[in-house]
Design a protein around this ligand. Structure first.
Ligand SMILES: Cc1ncc(COP(=O)(O)O)c(C=O)c1O
Length: 384
């Protein structure tokens, strides 16, 4: 019988191994789903409230979490609740998932792409300042909000971004789909802006078994607005449809699954942080490893490295049964849907360079030491 090219090298190593995680949690997850089947409050059941409380408790006093249907909706809901809509312009990076820009367009606003910082891959404060200057000179529309992304779990420079946004009277939102569970120099990721959006897509560090998302905010009135928009514009105490909302509710089964996963979340984060540390120490001389901002402890939902011969390295890894992904290979400003959007003067040179050399390695918390050794050995022996 023919053997596959990789058979002698060991089993394939996936980016994320949901089988292993499920094996650990299977009984508790089945029980949690059975609990929902028993009470049958499939929408807005007690699990949704419990999850919102548990998510908010991780952020500190005064924070609220509002569950919703997915991360894309979380972005839209937070923008809409913050008053962003037709006539608004939102500054954001182009090196992100399409959802970040989609949400801006769907709520009626216009995106303007800003360059990234070459060390962290996150929104560059200098480029942002250039965008505000271009707006005040009339070369770009007035910018009413800034939407940085904590890309691959690395927190953006929110202190600097907030200062610039505030100085120009703009709101500071955060796409924290990659970073919830991590810590930035300013506190838990997701608490740096007026509101943040989370995604519970299955492969995220905290993922459900379908679609799910949440908005985080410390402003009680904003919390009410997000809740109302997510639930057909109904304000909880009145039953009135005060505004035109939508249906973006997190369902009780997904919340029940997430509550089980949250019980394991800290142990999984510790495992991811251990793997990231090993990668950083072992690979620093062979590729560019992530630069962690001072005081940050990322959740490492992704582990992004750079190599000048990225595609050849990915092929080399694949030949040894090791998965890797070059996320955002074609950044949003180059995608047909967004190619016509406004861009900061001077363009996006750092974005371009970053995306050409970027690849993400497996960083599953259930990766074992032999697999980790295999990945490291494969990268160290790559002659590219
Ligand atoms: C940075 C970022 N923002 C937003 C989203 C959208 O989340 P969802 O897929 O839950 O709609 C994703 C999903 O991958 C993402 O990576």
């Amino acid at each position: 019988m023919l053997q596959t090219a990789t058979a002698h090298l060991g089993a394939a190593i996936k980016m994320v191994d949901l089988d292993r995680q499920e094996a650990v949690m299977r009984d508790d997850i089945r029980q949690a789903i059975d609990g929902v089947l028993a009470h049958k409050c499939f929408v807005n059941g007690p699990e949704v409230r419990d999850l919102e409380t548990a998510l908010a408790e991780r952020l500190g006093h005064g924070w609220h979490a509002i569950g919703c249907a997915n991360g894309t909706d979380a972005l839209q809901l937070m923008l809409r609740a913050g008053g962003i809509g037709a006539g608004s312009c939102v500054a954001l990076p182009s090196l992100t998932f399409a959802a970040t820009a989609e949400a801006v367009r769907i709520c009626g606003a216009e995106p303007v792409f800003v360059d990234i910082d070459r060390q962290t891959g996150t929104l560059c404060p200098t480029s942002l300042t250039r965008a505000f200057k271009a707006a005040s000179d009339g070369h770009l529309p007035p910018i009413s909000a800034v939407l940085p992304v904590d890309l691959f779990a690395i927190p953006a420079d929110h202190g600097a971004i907030r200062e610039i946004a505030t100085r120009h009277g703009a709101l500071h939102f955060v796409d924290a789909a990659h970073s919830y569970g991590g810590i930035s120099a300013e506190g838990p990721c997701g608490t740096q802006g007026f509101a943040s959006a989370l995604s519970f897509y299955p492969s995220k560090a905290l993922g459900c078994y379908g679609d799910g998302g949440a908005v985080l905010t410390a402003d009680p009135e904003n919390e009410m607005r997000v809740r109302a928009i997510a639930n057909h514009g109904v304000l909880a105490n009145t039953g009135e449809h005060r505004i035109v909302g939508t249906n973006s509710r997190l369902d009780s089964i997904q919340a029940a699954i997430l509550l089980v996963k949250l019980r394991h979340f800290d142990a999984e984060i510790a495992a991811r942080q251990r793997i990231a540390q090993i990668y950083i120490e072992a690979l620093g001389n062979h590729c560019v490893v992530p630069e962690v901002p001072a005081g940050a402890r990322p959740v490492w939902s992704y582990f992004a490295i750079h190599h000048r011969n990225r595609d050849a390295l990915m092929e080399h890894l694949s030949g040894q049964g090791i998965s890797s992904v070059a996320y955002y290979r074609r950044t949003l400003d180059l995608q047909p849907a967004f190619a016509h959007e406004a861009c900061v003067p001077g363009g996006l040179p750092e974005t371009r360079q970053f995306s050409e050399t970027l690849l993400c390695l497996p960083i599953d918390p259930y990766l074992d030491d032999d697999e980790l050794d295999r990945i490291i050995r494969a990268i160290r022996t790559f002659k590219g």
